[in-house]
Structure formats: structure tokens, C-alpha cells
Design a protein around this ligand. Sequence first.
Ligand SMILES: [Cu+2]
Length: 182
Amino acid sequence: MRTLLAGLLATTALPALAQAPAQPQAAAPAAPVQTYEAPITGAKGDQIGKIAVRSSENATVVRITINAGGLTPGWHGIHFHSVGDCSDVGQFQLSKGHVNHENAKHGLLNPEGPDEGDLPNIYANADGSVNAEVSSESVVLTGEQGLKDRDGSALVIHANEDDHTSQPIGNAGARVGCAVIK
Ligand SMILES: [Cu+2]
């Protein structure tokens, strides 16, 4: 059956190829890229760096820049949390839990995950600085379920690394940085 189908495809595909127009087809217009920038507030309320977010219709890329002294050296879990409120400095609980419209389990490596807030860890250098870029195909900036929805969202940085499997946040610990996305 598979070879029969392949044969059919081959015979029908060839004439179609032969009829293809000689001139190159005009490229489809690129989808608009949305951009957003915001400061990252550290555990003591000082600005420790910034996020620069770019999003297309189906993916989001976040560039994270953290100044020397901004974080403890080593790996840190980061997530999109569901509310754009970082005003409770040092706690950052007002940013609530992860963006998670599907009620998925947390964890990029969890068979029942990931949730929409999940992102790879970032690594802070010995001086506490970070230059990183992470991406997600689970969220975008605009739209009803976008990061910039009615109550916004937040990029939250945790004290420890995310193990990408444990509930609810991969043992990532306290919230030590927060950036509003609104
Ligand atoms: Cu988190």
C-alpha cells in the first residue's frame, strides 16, 4: 500500500513540477514582529537588568541582560508568570503562578507538560551578570491569551535552577527578579 501510494504521488507530482512557473514566486510578506522592553526588578527593588521581548504569531524570543551583581552566580530558573505585577518587591507573589491556560503540568521535561510559562534556565556568571536569549513556542505577546493580556504577565527569575520536572516550579525556589510584561 505504501509503495503504491508513493508511486501515485510520484506520477502526479512530476507533471505539477513541470508546470511550475519559470520566474521565482514573490516571497510572502513577513508577519509583523511585536517588540517589548522592560526593566527587571531585583530582590531589593533595584533595577538589575532588562528584558527585550520579540514575538511573532507563533513564538516568542526573550533576551535577558543582567548587570554585574544582579544575581547569585550559577543557574536560575525563569518563567512567564500570569500577572504583570512586580510591586511586592522581594516576594513577587503578586505575579501569581505560571501562565497556564491548558492546566498542564510544569516542566519542559515533564511528559504531562510543559505549561505555557516554562522556559530554559539562564546562567549567571561569577560576577552575577547574564546575557541570554531564550525562546518559547507556547506563548506570544498579543491576543486574548497573549503575555500582554488584560492583567499582563511577568518574567520571574528564581533563586535556583529549574529541574524541568518537579511540581509546581521545578524546585526553583524563591523569586529574586521580576519584569512586568503589559
Ligand atoms: Cu516561576
